[in-house]
Design a protein around this ligand. Structure first.
Ligand code: TMP
Length: 213
């Protein structure tokens, strides 16, 4: 019987390249693992609250900021109970694009960390990542990568928001340093070099002997 799989989370600002990194890591793990399966997933997930979260991100649904924070947390709970824990218990590994640190970093734009910790408590009690990898790219660079309309005013707004989210990530990492394993990877390099650093870190410091079987 296989031991529980590893739960690895990638976090970063929009435009940090974390989704590309998740795909590269997924491919690499699939090449190595013959007995274990490796799944890639993301939040918001495909659950019903997750679909509402996507609608909110696209601005087709308007609700109070506090409701948004709770919906993201509700989606997380659905994801953990319905999908993540059953897969991990079967010995499968999971790579997840965003988890509760996204809730802290993005929803702290309008809500306090204490409330967010309360909304996420159920998910946090059930499942901590084995490691959270923060793909670190400067807010200026992320905003520039994402900017389609490059008027200086819009770019300034994007940079300003990205800087706040970046600071919120750092505040949350700091506040939870006793209970969470977070590692920062320099994302300002070409995708393959970043992927090699992540792989080196995981093989040296996270995976056990029987994880890559
Ligand atoms: P994505 O673009 O990485 O798929 O994420 C969707 C957006 O949702 C992204 O801008 C971050 C945001 N988000 C939150 O605001 N709170 C959360 O808890 C999560 C998981 C994502």
């Amino acid at each position: 019987m296989l031991s529980r799989g590893k739960f690895i989370v990638l976090e970063g600002l929009d435009g940090s390249g974390k989704t590309t990194q998740l795909q590269l890591l997924h491919e690499r793990m699939q090449q190595h693992c013959k007995q274990r399966k490796c799944f890639a997933t993301r939040e918001p997930s495909e659950s019903f609250p997750g679909l509402l979260c996507r609608g909110i991100s696209r601005r087709s649904i308007q609700v109070e900021n506090e409701t948004i924070a709770m919906l993201f947390a509700a989606d997380r709970y659905e994801h953990v109970v319905g999908e993540l824990l059953p897969q991990l218990e079967q010995g499968n590994h999971i790579l997840c694009d965003r988890y509760y640190f996204s809730n802290f970093a993005y929803q702290m734009l309008s809500t306090d960390l204490e409330s967010l910790l309360a909304y996420n408590k159920k998910a946090m009690d059930l499942l901590h990542p084995d490691v959270t990898i923060y793909v670190d790219v400067s807010p200026e660079e992320c905003a520039a990568r994402r900017s389609t309309s490059r008027t200086s005013e819009e770019l300034y707004e994007k940079v300003d928001t990205a800087k706040k989210i970046y600071r919120n990530y750092m505040t949350a990492f700091d506040a939870l340093q006793q209970s969470e394993r977070v590692v920062t990877i320099n994302g300002n390099r070409d995708a393959q070099t970043v992927a090699d650093s992540i792989w080196k870190f995981l093989t040296e410091q996270v995976f056990d002997k029987d994880d890559l079987i």
